[in-house]
Design a protein around this ligand. Structure first.
Ligand SMILES: Nc1ncnc2c1ncn2[C@@H]1O[C@H](COP(=O)(O)OP(=O)(O)O)[C@@H](O)[C@H]1O
Ligand SMILES: [Mg+2]
Length: 220
């Protein structure tokens, strides 16, 4: 089993119709890719290259227009989508925060939430203050919200985490801490990760390989 890819895209295509237009723009055209268990991959590319779309396809939030996606060598269509999304967990670039305090925001998807001491350890690893557990989630800064959503996903112990520009709203020092904590968690649990990034200064050295996407040609 370990020799098999965890995720696999076989000739994946995705095209979309721009607003108010008739033509179809191919964002991905027969793109093939395999992710090994525990592997770390960076997805680079300019704005509009399709980084977010690729992560959304892997999270089954977009339907491919061609090709097949596999998780553990079974086609995505064979899985119950919400179950798949716990094992292939997407952290969107814009943090999704629910009503309630930090604790609620971290644990609302969990059947057996960890105790506060464990949660505080997680906060500390991501350079967040312990009192955040009792603070209103919606009142946090964007950078705090974003790290909270990263921790929320990691607490579900996914096989692979898909991170869409997880450090976009952070200062350089915090960015370094987040990249280190993610890498450490990936190594500790053998969790695979796919991280999109607009620059590779920090994430580049932490991953096994980088794939670079290019925006579709305008003349389609
Ligand atoms: N579901 C969709 N419908 C229409 N256009 C889309 C859809 N998904 C992506 N796009 C377009 O595809 C291009 C790539 O978007 P995106 O994946 O957000 O790029 P990136 O994350 O690399 O900046 C953009 O031009 C975007 O408007
Ligand atoms: Mg994006």
């Amino acid at each position: 089993m370990t020799n098999h890819p965890l995720l696999r895209a076989d000739h994946l295509s995705f095209q979309y119709t721009p607003f108010d237009e008739k033509r179809k723009v191919p964002l991905f055209d027969r793109f093939s890719f395999a992710l090994a268990p525990g592997e770390r991959v960076a997805v680079a590319g300019r704005s509009g290259a399709g980084k977010s779309a690729l992560l959304r396809l892997f999270a089954r939030l977009l339907e491919p227009t061609g090709g097949i996606l596999f998780f553990r060598e079974r086609p995505y269509g064979e899985y119950f989508a919400p179950t798949l999304r716990r094992q292939v967990a997407l952290v969107p670039q814009t943090p999704v925060i629910f009503d309630g305090d930090g604790r609620t925001n971290l644990t609302l998807h969990l059947d057996a939430p960890p105790d506060d001491a464990t949660l505080r350890t997680w906060l500390d690893r991501f350079d967040l203050p312990a009192d955040l557990l009792d603070r209103e989630g919606r009142a946090l800064s964007v950078g705090q919200k974003s790290r909270l959503t990263v921790i929320r996903s990691l607490l579900m112990a996914p096989d692979v985490v898909l991170l869409d520009e997880p450090t976009a709203g952070l200062d350089a020092a915090t960015e370094k801490i987040v990249v280190a904590a993610l890498t450490e968690e990936s190594q500790r649990r053998g969790m695979a990760m796919i991280v999109s990034a607009h620059h590779l200064d920090l994430i580049g050295p932490m991953v096994d390989r980088t794939i670079t996407l290019h925006p579709p040609a305008e003349a389609a």
